[in-house]
Design a protein around this ligand. Structure first.
Ligand SMILES: [Zn+2]
Length: 458
């Protein structure tokens, strides 16, 4: 790999200048046009997923921007067998771009971005793939999730460059596809193959004074209740799968009530999200005709796990209910199929990194930062599962992710650039970990909780 051209070296004495962070802030305020233009360009390359369109065009564009910032770039194409394994069909080649500012430090700070966006409905008031700047906002699909954050982070690097500030840690960026369909063929592939480096990692997450540090786990199941169909006038000749399903749902309801009582010790921004959840019937399928005893009924379970739970135990407790039911009702048969799963993810704690992020937010927006677990998953879990300290922080548009008329606040683009710039400037490859809680008291999001986050059964 080519060595990065790097940022211009500091002129002597300049590093001593007080107020260097004010200089960054002023630079960002004075040059927001850069971020607006960059984000507009990103929105106008419609990387709609599914099926995954214009990926090559997007990566070419990002490559150009990274080269302008002095980064060394390389690309990876996710192989067909990986796409096949995860059922990814159609659309563009799956290309990831990795960009380095490698100055030979011991540690690397990795920032990941997914560049795909979800499709847009025809309910938009503007063209979703034409950026519209209005009243301090930029409208367009992906403006908030997460092209705005791409623009902010590149803007941060540009500001550091223009202010002649050299990071004291290697910087690596990755721009990956397919987050919107689970990320296994994007960042999941890169991390699995060891194609990226990260001692600390960041990507999308909460915004404002919230930083995300993890997400709940997911377990999806399809349940099939097999009875016996018969003529509606002679029900005694059949076994009514719908009625059996109803009995089974009553039993599962008892399990559900137990599950709903489980509460994580981690901070969640919204208190209501602290509990584990269990949703039945999101998918539901049954009889065929009014005068036929239904022979098969099917329904789904969407189970979300708090960080203290694990997938194995969650499966076991559902299966136990089904096994008991099958023993009780021998003339019907219930089958369960787990169709998707992902463990809860929690960032490994690194006090120096967490404190740097919290302080950078405080210095930018003047409010104390809170660390919080998110209900939904992002690609950060691939780093978290590897035990890499990982945080999520995004430019905000009021969390209208995936909805019509998505937008991002221009002020948030600038603030988020400032946060990323300060984190990059302040992180130091030589940093030793120290106790965050001792330094900031309540700012720590669950010291006790941290000790036994893994392996504790449901
Ligand atoms: Zn996203």
């Amino acid at each position: 790999m080519l060595k990065a051209r790097g940022f211009p070296r500091l002129r002597s004495g300049q590093a001593m200048l007080k107020g260097i962070e004010d200089k960054i802030k002023s630079y960002l305020r004075a040059n927001k046009k850069y971020a607006i233009k960059l984000l507009s360009n990103l929105i106008e390359i419609p990387t709609i997923n599914p099926p995954g369109e214009n990926y090559e065009k997007m990566v070419d564009f990002l490559e150009g921007e990274c080269i302008k910032l002095g980064l060394a770039v390389r690309k990876y194409v996710t192989p067909k067998q990986v796409l096949d394994k995860y059922g990814v069909k159609g659309g563009s080649k799956r290309i990831s771009l990795v960009a380095d500012l490698d100055e030979g430090y011991r540690k690397t700070f990795h920032i990941n971005f997914h560049y795909d966006v979800v499709p847009a409905t025809d309910k938009w008031k503007t063209d979703p793939f034409r950026a519209m700047v209005k009243d301090g906002r930029i409208y367009g699909r992906g403006s908030e999730d997460m092209k705005g954050t791409i623009a902010s982070a590149l803007f941060a690097l540009k500001a550091l460059n223009e202010c002649s500030i050299n990071p004291k840690i290697n910087i690596q960026l990755s721009f990956t596809p397919d987050e919107e369909i689970g990320g296994r063929t994007g960042l999941g592939y890169l991390v699995g193959k060891g194609l990226v480096k990260a001692d600390y990692a960041m990507s999308e997450g909460y915004s404002g004074n919230y930083i995300s540090v993890g997400n709940k786990g997911v377990l999806w199941a399809e349940i099939e209740v097999i009875g016996k169909s018969a003529h509606g006038s002679m029900p005694y000749k059949g076994v009514n799968s719908f009625e059996r399903m109803n009995m089974l749902v009553d039993e599962l309801e008892k399990l559900k009530n137990k599950i709903l009582k489980r509460k994580t010790r981690y901070n969640m921004r919204d208190a209501i999200s602290k509990n584990a959840t269990f949703v039945m019937g999101g998918f539901l399928e049954g009889g065929v005709k009014i005068n036929v005893v239904p022979g098969i009924a099917k329904f789904s379970i969407d189970r979300r796990l708090i960080p203290e739970e694990n997938i194995g135990a969650a499966k076991k407790e559902i299966k136990a209910v089904i096994n008991k039911f099958n023993k009780r009702c021998k003339d019907s048969k219930v089958n369960i199929r787990f169709v998707s799963q992902g463990s809860p993810a929690i960032s490994k704690r690194d006090d120096a990194f967490f404190k740097t992020a919290a302080d950078s937010i405080k210095a930018t927006i003047g409010r104390k930062a809170n660390f919080s677990v998110m209900p939904g998953a992002t690609d950060m879990r691939y780093f978290m599962w590897k035990g890499i300290p990982s945080l999520g922080y995004s430019a905000s548009g009021g969390e209208k992710w995936h909805s019509d008329n998505e937008f991002v606040y221009i002020d948030s683009l600038v603030d988020t650039a400032n946060v990323y710039a300060l984190i990059i400037k302040r992180l130091n490859s030589q940093n030793k970990s120290y106790s965050f809680c001792e330094l900031t008291g309540k700012n720590c999001y669950g010291r006790k909780g941290y000790k036994n986050i893994r392996g504790k059964g449901a």
